[in-house]
Design a protein around this ligand. Structure first.
Ligand SMILES: [Zn+2]
Length: 134
């Protein structure tokens, strides 16, 4: 796997990084984090720990905590490889449970989607920037 971290003040470059990475590793669901620090956005890929990485994803809690320590979390990212850009019931359930938005990219459809849970503490103006790129 090549470089797993991308920092850029331009959010569309961050989206491009997620897309390029997901397109390259198209036979497994890719996962990672979207965050920010000061005026920069951050994309970081994480290892998919799921025993069925073609259909599900699972991030290591240590990777999650490290990212939260270094950056302000905006969303959990993952790719869909064989389905379109529609969140599964388990995606929505997990997003609601951890109170964090889910950003997803469908390799098949070449399209991003964002799921925002009912309860979260993410800056609304930042989420609007993300939504502006969908
Ligand atoms: Zn999903």
């Amino acid at each position: 796997m090549d470089k797993v971290l991308k920092i850029d003040h331009n959010l569309s470059e961050i989206f491009k990084y997620f897309k390029d990475h997901s397109d390259r590793y198209f036979n497994t669901e890719c996962c990672g984090f979207l965050g920010f620090k000061e005026d920069q956005f951050i994309a970081q890929m994480a290892e998919n720990r799921s025993p069925e990485p073609q259909s599900f994803f699972c991030v290591d809690p240590v990777d999650y905590l490290k990212f939260c320590h270094d950056y302000t979390m905006i969303a959990i990212f993952h790719s869909h490889i064989n389905t379109n850009a529609v969140f599964s019931e388990s995606d929505k359930f997990a997003s609601e449970a951890i109170c964090l938005p889910y950003l997803m990219y469908s390799v098949q459809e070449n399209k991003f989607s964002l799921y925002i849970p009912e309860n979260h503490e993410i800056d609304v103006s930042i989420l609007e920037k993300v939504q502006g790129l969908l």
